[in-house]
Design a protein around this ligand. Structure first.
Ligand code: S3P
Length: 429
């Protein structure tokens, strides 16, 4: 589907509520499915990725009822049963990698498949540590389809070479069902939703700096209220920063400090962002965010431990950087090449078409600002939801209309994106 985006002639105004966090939604369904008892998950994500997870756990024999699209009831005795059909993770890396950790220690075999994009993504990063734990996994040279043969697992001490919450979560979930202690360390802290939710459900888990230790534990089901997704909110924060006269509130955004790299970058650039109504929901920090346009933003360096805290926001940060004075330099983000697309190459190729002065580097990119965006081009989303939405935000300030192909892929994480953008644009007229 082609989406045409025109320059917005007035600022974004009013108030929106951001839908549920994708990472937390996946974990809520997975962990409630392997917990004992009944629970209600409130404010579940409408993104297709989270529904891939939900459908897989139904297939694994868990009683999952949709009270409505956002309210899910799960009843489980903590056990899963074998599925005769392959488990289809669709486009979702989180589903695949976390699920593998759960399935590796079961008493049955499972096959995981995915779409074209997911089938190109690297799985050795989980296969290697899981194999050290005793897992038996066949893959196509480290890619899906993957056959996981149920095995008895033993705890390991693992130093991960990458800061990946998916790898960390996979190993911790395997550790939940392994003999002995599992200790996982990473170079920089990645998002910690797994640790927080496992602790909330009663697991024996401890974190000290960049190291997490888990003992085999039984989880007890508890209701979970899911906070809004800061990665979805980031598209609006970016739009608010670059569309003149914008001033609006984004309600119910998860502000877990392992995810707030985008807020730090906005502050470093001299943007205007304020957190209001700070609170905690089911173990996750949450706030409303006020964002205001400021024409004097400046470039900054984003590197090292910043990266896992804003990994999914880097495409839209490139758009913001085009409106900042000076250079914005992104380093140590080589894993961006392993996302739903090679996000480094794709951002650089597509944003260059509309006049962004951006250069590709091996582990990131450099944006030289500030530039007037001409538009008048068709941008390829490479079927990557975050690229499609980042390009839409850029389109709001292009002199001439742009077209984005594959816009329907926004359904992967944020089907409500355009509807919410329309609310803020209508309020300003
Ligand atoms: C996620 C972790 C990140 C992120 C992805 C969701 C998660 O991936 O990019 O969108 O829910 O754990 P990596 O762990 O591969 O960095």
């Amino acid at each position: 589907m082609i989406k045409n985006v025109k320059k917005l002639t007035c600022g974004l105004r009013g108030e929106i509520t951001i839908p549920a966090d994708k990472s937390v939604s996946h974990r809520a369904v997975m962990f409630s499915s392997i917990a004992r008892g009944k629970c209600i998950i409130n404010n579940f994500s409408s993104g297709a990725d989270c529904w891939s997870t939900l459908n897989i756990f139904k297939q694994l024999g868990v009683e999952i009822n949709e009270i409505d699209k956002k309210t899910i009831k799960i009843t489980s005795n903590g056990n899963l049963v074998q599925s005769n059909l392959p488990l289809d993770a669709g486009n979702s890396g989180t589903t695949t990698r976390l699920l593998s950790g759960i399935l590796a220690g079961q008493a049955f075999d499972s096959k995981i498949i995915g779409d074209i994009s997911l089938s190109k993504r690297p799985m050795k990063r989980i296969i290697e540590p899981l194999t050290l734990m005793g897992a038996q996994i066949d893959s196509v040279d480290g890619h899906l389809p993957m056959l996981i043969r149920g095995a008895k697992l033993r705890g390991i001490k693992y130093n991960s070479p990458i800061a990946s919450a998916q790898v960390k979560s996979c190993i911790l979930l395997a550790g939940l069902n392994a003999e002995g202690t599992t200790i996982y360390s990473e170079v920089y802290p990645s998002r910690n939703h797994t640790e927080l939710m496992l602790a909330y459900l009663g697991a024996n888990i401890e974190t000290e700096k960049n190291t997490v230790k888990i003992q085999p534990s039984i989880l007890e089901a508890k209701d979970i209220n899911i906070v809004g997704d800061i990665s979805s909110a980031a598209f609006f924060m970016a739009a608010g920063m670059i569309v003149p006269n914008s001033n609006f509130i984004i309600k119910n955004v998860g502000v877990n400090s392992t995810r707030t790299g985008i807020i730090d970058v906005i502050n470093r650039m001299g943007g205007v962002v304020e957190l209001l109504n700070y609170r905690v929901e089911s173990g996750e920090e949450c706030a409303d965010i006020n964002i205001k346009y400021n024409e004097n933003i400046k470039g900054c360096v984003i590197e090292g431990e910043d990266i896992p805290r804003l990994i999914d926001e880097l495409p839209v940060i490139a758009v913001i950087a085009s409106q900042a004075d000076g250079d914005t330099i992104v380093k140590n983000a080589e894993d961006l090449r392993n996302k739903e697309s090679d996000r480094i190459k794709c951002i650089v190729t597509e944003l260059s078409k509309i006049g962004v002065n951006i250069e590709e580097t091996a582990d990131g990119f450099v944006v030289h600002g500030k530039t007037v965006l001409e538009g008048n081009a068709e941008l390829n989303s490479y079927n990557d939801h975050r690229l499609a939405m980042s390009f839409y935000v850029a389109g709001l300030i292009c002199k001439k209309e742009i077209a984005i192909n594959g816009f329907e892929w926004t359904k992967i994480s944020f089907p409500e994106f355009e509807e919410l953008m329309a609310i803020l644009s209508t309020n300003s007229r």
